[in-house]
Design a protein around this ligand. Structure first.
Ligand code: HEC
Ligand code: HEC
Ligand code: HEC
Length: 272
């Protein structure tokens, strides 16, 4: 008798969790960003480099060697400044290649210019790949950890997190009380929500100058919705309340979160 051997293949699906790793930035880089400096010298240097590189290539293409030399020298001088501003980055610079760009322009050797430009360009790309996202998060993402806001309901100072929680709770309780037939309580929650909603604009000025940014989430349309919500709260109209809250959630809460909260959470994870 033949034995039938059944081989069971167990196919397992393995999922890999992707870890987002952010490389730490050299400490010295902080010297060129707020709060240490408001001048954004490093970002400015990057723009000079980018313009200089284009200045070289475009002039070489047009056979304007004199102007190409001017831009090549500007490129070299500023490229080397990276290593002076941030010591530990000095060693990643393609110093020989940037010098070769100047030499090749002087001897009007187009192909030599282009191959050295490529080598220098690679060093730009390499460093950006490693550090750019970290720099964006560390130096450009909003930091809400120091922001407090006076709560218009209790008169106390709240952290942003506690304020957001209190406001969300008002939103939920307003609905729950209405569904449960507790009109008076629902009304109080509704009014507290509106106070807190309007109170959010207190904090914008901590980081934004002028009213333009505020108008994006607290403009005419948002004000109309709040007026309509207030009426609905007074009359205990659940459908109208839901309609206005839906608009507010999608156009105020969610949009502001996409811009501020996502970045802030990343920043928090990255640490100081
Ligand atoms: C400035 C723009 C802004 C607006 C407008 C805004 N939020 Fe937030 N919200 C934030 C930020 C920033 C955080 C992260 C704060 C933190 O974690 O300290 C946050 C966090 C939250 C959280 C999470 C709190 C926790 O437990 O960590 C909730 C819930 C929330 N918001 C609800 C709302 C609701 C509801 C609205 C609209 C009625 C709203 N937010 C409008 C910026 C905003
Ligand atoms: C050793 C690291 C390093 C090298 C080399 C480097 N960069 Fe950068 N660059 C950065 C970092 C870090 C940022 C992000 C700065 C920020 O967002 O504040 C950046 C950002 C930029 C930006 C965007 C600036 C902005 O406003 O967002 C440009 C343009 C740029 N670099 C051009 C260049 C060019 C061109 C070169 C090569 C000739 C170069 N960089 C070489 C580190 C480097
Ligand atoms: C802790 C600092 C901080 C606070 C508080 C803050 N923002 Fe911002 N906001 C930022 C940063 C950083 C950006 C990214 C763009 C930039 O650097 O200006 C941004 C971007 C924005 C943008 C998109 C680009 C622009 O500038 O228009 C809007 C709109 C905006 N914020 C609205 C608000 C409103 C409304 C409030 C108050 C409810 C607020 N922000 C509170 C830091 C903050």
């Amino acid at each position: 008798m033949k034995k039938v051997i059944l081989v069971l293949l167990i196919i397992s699906t393995i999922s890999y969790a992707k870890n987002l790793r952010l490389k730490d930035l050299p400490k010295e880089l902080s010297n060129y960003y707020p709060p240490k400096s408001e001048k954004m010298e490093f970002v400015e240097l990057m723009h000079i480099l980018s313009t200089s590189l284009t200045g070289v290539v475009s002039n070489v293409k047009e056979d304007d060697w004199q102007n190409a030399q001017k831009w090549a020298e500007r490129l070299q001088e500023n490229y080397l400044r990276i290593g002076k501003m941030v010591k530990s980055w000095d060693k990643v610079l393609k110093k020989k290649d940037v010098k070769n760009i100047v030499e090749a322009v002087k001897s009007k050797n187009r192909s030599a210019v282009m191959s050295s430009v490529q080598a220098v360009g690679k060093s730009c790309v390499q460093c950006h790949k490693t550090y750019r996202l970290s720099a964006k998060i560390k130096f450009h993402a909003p930091d809400f950890s120091g922001t407090n806001i006076e709560d218009p309901v209790t008169g106390l100072d709240y952290t942003i997190e506690d304020y957001m929680k209190a406001m969300t709770n008002n939103m939920k309780m307003m609905r729950i009380y209405l569904i449960d037939g507790e009109k008076g309580k629902a009304r109080k929650e509704g009014f507290d929500f509106i106070k807190r909603f309007e109170g959010m604009t207190q904090m914008c000025g901590d980081c934004h100058t002028g009213k333009l940014s505020e108008e994006v989430y607290f403009g005419v349309e948002a004000k109309k919705r709040i007026t309509s919500l207030r009426e609905a709260v007074v009359n205990g109209e659940l459908i109208k309340i839901n309609k206005n809250l839906k608009w507010i959630s999608e156009n105020n809460c969610a949009k502001c979160h996409n811009v501020h909260q996502t970045l802030y959470l990343l920043k928090e994870k990255f640490g100081k």
